[in-house]
Design a protein. Structure first.
Length: 116
């Protein structure tokens, strides 16, 4: 990936992303209006192991939801966030990322050990 592409990813996740999990594994989620479909397809082209859900239509909203979890998160997305998202860029987003990493540290480490 180019530095520009990494910057687009990090910027999107700072502004619109959610760093959390389902209690068993971490996930990064991006939910935006269907008018951003081309951007979601761009993400899928660069991160083919991630998933795109939707479009969903309820509550007067129409949106897609992109998710990175499992190996796609640990191997593809997380290294970019760890390299480029720190308190010097955005303290709030960096804290959300750190909280996710702390809560799911065991899972992340197990996935990384599988690669070795």
């Amino acid at each position: 990936m180019s530095e520009f592409e990494r910057g687009v990813l990090v910027g999107l996740l700072i502004g619109e992303g959610s760093f959390g999990g389902d209690g068993k594994q971490p996930q990064v989620t991006l939910r935006m209006h269907v008018r951003h479909e081309a951007l979601f397809r761009w993400l899928l082209d660069r991160f083919p192991r991630t998933r795109l859900y939707g479009p969903y239509h309820h509550g007067g909203r129409s949106y897609f939801q992109w998710m990175a979890r499992g190996r796609a998160l640990v191997e593809d997305v997380l290294p970019i966030l760890e390299q480029h998202l720190g308190p010097h860029v955005d303290g709030h987003a960096a804290a959300r990322l750190a909280a996710m990493q702390e809560r799911y540290g065991g899972y992340i480490e197990r996935e990384r050990r599988r690669d070795r």
